[in-house]
Design a protein around this ligand. Sequence first.
Ligand code: PHE
Length: 294
Amino acid sequence: MPNERKREFGQVVNALKQSAETKFQELKTALEAQAEQASAQGIDLTAPGEPLPLGARHPIAITMNRIIEIFSRIGFAVADGPEIEHDWYNFTAMNTPEDHPARDMQDTFYVVDAPGMLLRTHTSNVQARVMTTRKPPIRIIAPGRVYRNETISARSHAQFHQVEGLYIDEGVSFADMKQTLLYFAQEMFGAPKIRLRPSFFPFTEPSAEMDVWLGTDTEENYRLTKGTGWLEILGCGMVDPQVLENCGIDSRQYSGFAFGMGIERQALRLFGIPDIRLLFENDVRMLRQFAASV
Ligand code: PHE
């Protein structure tokens, strides 16, 4: 500040300082008065706050997120669909017309008041919904809740979760499927190898069940794999050309593979939970244990 202006400047700064001090004093007095009033009422403003209860992710969500994360690394996007579904998307489009014996594979809850509506028995309805509304290339995974009319026990439940995958483009082959599933098995289970066994699904041809190699080194793996070292994880196959045609995709131009797996058994194994029913009872004493596993 040049000498001749120092005086004027000093006055302005002083005024600012004084006004700040006055304000500070005013607020201090007001707060002290409040605190006095509060303590007169028996409230201690200096006491630490009540901790807010923090939620934890459900073991099923944790397991699903892991699977989603693995597939999203290789270009699969998450797709969604309704749980209360039209028969066509759940069955007919998936090459399982009414009265087809394959419907018996999935015992179904039908909506009594709405003919043609049901609780989806698998997340394959999302395949049909995506294929009828999008053009290939399609590369999606569909996580979600499904329902089957099954007796509830320690090993199975009438509601459960699946993650399904679908990849359609020109020239997609069985070898592409095998390599994709091997990658998943390595990332999810640290499994060095997989095994594909012939199987049947109405919507894939050929179809297979995939086992992952856990080995029999530990007692748990011996028990889980019944001494074989192999654990069955998912169903898969090349999308039946009829399914592509049902959904308006030219099966001479495009091919693809699909796979579907249950989540509960994987979650039980991952977290050492002994009974599937524990997953659905919403007992926070059980669920809280997984807060740190997110
Ligand atoms: N939707 C089948 C099931 O729930 C699983 C599956 C999906 C099989 C996709 C093959 C291809 O049993």
